[in-house]
Design a protein around this ligand. Structure first.
Ligand SMILES: CC(C)(COP(=O)(O)OP(=O)(O)OC[C@H]1O[C@@H](n2cnc3c(N)ncnc32)[C@H](O)[C@@H]1OP(=O)(O)O)[C@@H](O)C(=O)NCCC(=O)NCCS
Length: 218
């Protein structure tokens, strides 16, 4: 499913359950010690997905450990992203020479819990959601906005090491399945930071998936 929204050069793997045994490296297993079974299972399945993407890029299996801020530490020269939600786990990876920064997110395809939209969306974004909702009422536009912002964050953070709040990105969703994000960080960003991301979205069955990358590719 997620491959439908990925540009050339980005490899992906996904799973809709945790039924296939997904072995962990000892360092990864140690991280999950004492965690709930559900978390261990989704972590392991997502790691298995990540290793499949890396194999497609010609890289051997290796531990994929979290670094600063929880972002996975991908092998040198690789950018990647992981997501999991009920009924879905996925990983994507690409050579940094093909894509400078990327992120993915998956969410249940339903409205955001009451009160969340007011915390994550600007007035402009809320107005746009009302228009989109009138044009295409079957799409959970508020959840899509949330997911797009999370995928942007997952692309932004590994490149900058900086937190980014939901209201520091203005996302423009298009009914054609694309979006752009213009970032307005409240603290001065690193000089080489990208402030414009572009992405794609897909709603399929019970799931929303989004992909964001530095606008203009590598
Ligand atoms: C980090 C965050 C984006 C994760 O999203 P989520 O919907 O809760 O969970 P998902 O399952 O989709 O993603 C979890 C995976 O994201 C990855 N991740 C975690 N922190 C990350 C970071 N700082 N940068 C990049 N990837 C990160 C990890 O791979 C994690 O899975 P793992 O722990 O099994 O390795 C979210 O919890 C968060 O903190 N959001 C607030 C910041 C934000 O989104 N701002 C919006 C700016 S426009």
């Amino acid at each position: 499913m997620i491959e439908e929204i990925l540009p050339p050069g980005v490899r992906s793997a996904e799973a809709f359950d945790d039924l296939t045994p997904a072995p962990l490296f000892p360092e990864e297993a140690a991280l999950m010690a004492g965690r709930r079974q559900r978390r261990r299972a989704q972590f392991a399945t997502a790691r298995a997905c990540a290793r499949r993407t890396l194999a497609e890029l010609g890289l051997p299996p290796a531990p994929l450990l979290p670094g600063a801020g929880g972002a996975p530490q991908w092998p040198d020269g690789i950018v990647g992203s992981i997501t999991h939600c009920d009924g879905y786990r996925a990983a994507v990876a690409a050579r940094r020479t093909d894509v400078a920064a990327l992120g993915i997110d998956a969410e249940p395809a339903g409205p955001l819990p009451r009160g969340v939209l007011g915390l994550i969306a600007s007035t402009t974004e809320r107005t746009a959601l009302e228009r989109l909702g009138a044009e295409a009422p079957g799409v959970c536009w508020d959840r899509l906005l949330f997911s797009a912002k999370e995928s942007v964050y997952k692309a932004w953070y590994p490149a900058t090491g900086r937190w980014l709040g939901f209201t520091e990105a203005e996302v423009h969703l298009s009914p054609t399945g694309t979006f752009t994000a213009d970032l307005h960080p409240v603290t001065t960003p690193p000089p080489d930071a990208t402030l414009r991301f572009a992405g794609r979205w897909l709603v399929r069955g019970d799931l929303v998936v989004t992909f964001a990358a530095r606008s203009g590719g590598a």
